[in-house]
Every structure is written in structure tokens, then in C-alpha cells.
Design a binder for this molecule. Structure first.
Ligand SMILES: Nc1nc2c(ncn2[C@@H]2O[C@H](COP(=O)(O)OP(=O)(O)O)[C@@H](O)[C@H]2O)c(=O)[nH]1
Ligand SMILES: [Mg+2]
Length: 314
């Protein structure tokens, strides 16, 4: 059995192997992912992002348990470039999900510093597709909300949750608009601490300034994740959002958009490989020297290289 067949037959080790292959950007990974394509598109993908320590992993843990209670299977992909990849570590350094890992209806995968961020985003998207084909009803994608790359990672999600906590003070003002805009649901976690109402109001005010999703008004929910408080309300809003996406036709649009992006990525990456395989280093080095010596400009040099590739392709 190849890896795709193992995934489809319900073999968790096959899932783990295929995700590793995707992480190492092995060509074969894309062949196997291709075989899974017709089995994808059934999962609800939920992205969770926010500052480190805000309680994302704790929330993911409680959400996963809540979904298991209503009989749904759950895949978790945790992307944390700030914490080193240690192979066995689940969700970074704090392993709180041990009881979940024993559940056959749950699959957890963590991804770390391996490779560049673009590669990480692609790997996360690949892992999500594997888990989708594997039959997970809910797939939760946790990333640290620190910049544009994280926004890119959660862009693979249908429903995006932003987790904040009280006491960030002025920091909340400086949250990049780009991150606020992608939030479908806002969670103020650690509501057992002082200032949760103030933080809620600040987010409310910021959302008022950015009415980018007029048909869906992002709810703001206070939680005490460590005690499981407010988690049911989060599940309810996630389900509401899913229904909104389906009813409004947004879901189909998102799928189409995702496919356009994926096709674009594949065309470019395959073209990149053709170029790499067909230009020897010597030619490139000579061109670099020629550009330095002003014998040729970079634009013309690139044209020259691509002309060669065209001839090879014909
Ligand atoms: N006081 C308080 N602490 C919490 C709450 N939820 C999580 N924590 C703690 O906050 C710390 C960071 O949580 P974690 O889930 O790892 O955050 P992440 O970095 O966003 O994934 C841990 O020590 C948690 O136990 C909460 O509701 N209240
Ligand atoms: Mg975490």
C-alpha cells in the first residue's frame, strides 16, 4: 500500500509519514497528496491565532474535547515557529493533550522551525488536506499570531479565531489591522484576570472601525479556558459561522479561491523545478559575472535562460 492508500484506510502512522514527507518538501508527497484530492473537502477547518501565552493550546484542547463529546473527529495542526521542533513534542513545550492523543478519533501534529515560513505554510496546508482525506470532521490549525506569515497560515482556515487576553494594555492598539480583519470570532481568554471587559470593549471598538465582514458580525467571547468556561459558547459560534459560510455561498467561494491559489503554487513550483533541473550552475555563475561586468542586464539574462528552457520543453 502506498501512503495515500494507508491514509484512506485509516492508518494513523501513514498520516504521520505523509505529513513528514510533505514537511521535507519531497516530490513524492505531492504525488500522494494528489491521490487524496478527491477525498478532501469535507472538513471544517478552524484557524486559531493570537499572541504566545494567550491560551490558544488550552482552548484547542477544550474545543477538541467538546467536539469529541458530540461525536466529531478532530485533527489538530499546531504551527509554532517560535518553539523548537523536538519530534515528540506536542504543541510545543507544554504537553497538555496526552489524553487526547490516546483517542482514536483525534490526530495531533505539531510543526516547528523546520524550513522557511513559506514552506511552513505550505506544509500546514498539506497536513490539513491529509487530515481532511483521513476523515477528520473538524481540523484545528493553531499558529502564533506574530505577523504576515501567520496570517497566511490561517488563511487555509474557513473559520478564524483570534485569541487575546486582558492586560496587554496598549499592545492591543497596535495589533496589526491585517490580523484583526481576518478574525471571524474573537476570544478574550483568561477572563479570570482583571481587565477582560476593557479588552472586549477595545476589540469591539476596533471592529467598529473595520467593518469588512458586514454580513457576519464577529462575536467577542470571554473564556477561562483553563477551567473550560466559555468553551461551549465558542463551539456554538463556530457552528453559527460554519452555517453562515454554507448558507451565504461563501464556503464554495473559499474552496474555489483555495484551489486557484494551490494551482498557481503548483504551476510556479513545478516550473521552478524545471528551471532548476535544466540550468547548470556554471551557466548561472557566468551570467552573474556578466551582469556584474555590465555585459548584460538581469532582465535580459533571465530571458536568455528561459529561452533555453522553452527549447528544452519543445
Ligand atoms: N489564568 C488563566 N491562565 C490560563 C487560562 N487558559 C490558559 N492559561 C494558562 O496560560 C498559559 C499559556 O497557555 P497556552 O495554552 O500554552 O497558550 P498558547 O501559547 O497561546 O498556546 C498556560 O500556563 C495555561 O495554563 C485561563 O483561562 N486563565
Ligand atoms: Mg500553543
Amino acid at each position: 500500500m502506498d501512503l495515500a492508500e494507508r491514509v484512506l484506510s485509516g492508518d494513523k502512522r501513514g498520516v504521520a509519514r505523509l505529513i513528514s514527507l510533505i514537511e521535507s518538501e519531497d516530490d513524492e508527497a505531492y504525488v500522494q497528496l494528489g491521490k487524496l484530492h478527491s477525498h478532501t473537502g469535507n472538513a471544517h477547518i478552524i484557524g486559531i491565532t493570537g499572541p504566545p501565552g494567550s491560551g490558544k493550546s488550552t482552548i484547542v484542547d477544550k474545543l477538541a474535547k467538546a467536539y469529541r463529546e458530540i461525536g466529531k473527529t478532530v485533527g489538530i495542526v499546531a504551527v509554532d515557529p517560535t518553539s523548537p521542533f523536538t519530534g515528540g513534542a506536542i504543541l510545543g513545550d507544554r504537553i497538555r493533550m496526552t489524553d487526547l492523543t490516546l483517542d482514536p478519533g483525534v490526530f495531533i501534529r505539531s510543526m516547528g522551525t523546520r524550513g522557511h515560513l513559506g514552506g511552513l505554510s505550505r506544509a500546514a496546508s498539506g497536513a490539513v488536506r491529509v487530515l481532511d482525506a483521513f476523515g477528520m470532521d473538524i481540523i484545528i490549525l493553531e499558529t502564533v499570531g506574530a505577523g504576515q506569515s501567520e496570517v497566511e497560515i490561517v488563511s487555509h482556515a474557513h473559520t478564524t479565531i483570534i485569541v487575546e487576553m486582558p492586560g496587554l494594555g496598549d499592545e492591543i492598539q497596535t495589533i496589526k489591522a491585517g490580523i484583526m480583519e481576518i478574525g471571524d470570532i474573537f476570544i478574550i481568554n483568561k477572563a479570570d484576570r482583571e481587565g477582560a471587559d476593557k479588552t472586549s470593549m477595545e476589540i469591539q471598538a476596533m471592529l467598529g472601525l473595520n467593518p469588512n465582514k458586514p454580513e457576519w458580525v464577529p462575536p467577542i467571547i470571554q473564556t477561562i479556558a483553563r477551567k473550560g468556561k466559555g468553551v461551549d459558547a465558542v463551539v456554538e459560534k463556530i457552528e453559527d459561522h460554519y452555517k453562515y459560510l454554507k448558507d451565504s455561498g461563501m464556503f464554495e467561494k473559499m474552496i474555489e479561491q483555495g484551489i486557484r491559489e494551490e494551482l498557481d503554487i503548483q504551476i510556479k513550483s513545478q516550473l521552478g523545478r524545471i528551471i532548476k533541473n535544466n540550468i547548470d550552475d556554471k551557466t548561472l555563475e557566468k551570467l552573474v559575472k556578466d551582469i556584474i561586468d555590465k555585459n548584460i542586464d538581469p532582465y535580459s539574462a533571465a530571458k536568455f535562460v528561459l529561452k533555453d528552457i522553452e527549447d528544452i520543453l519543445n
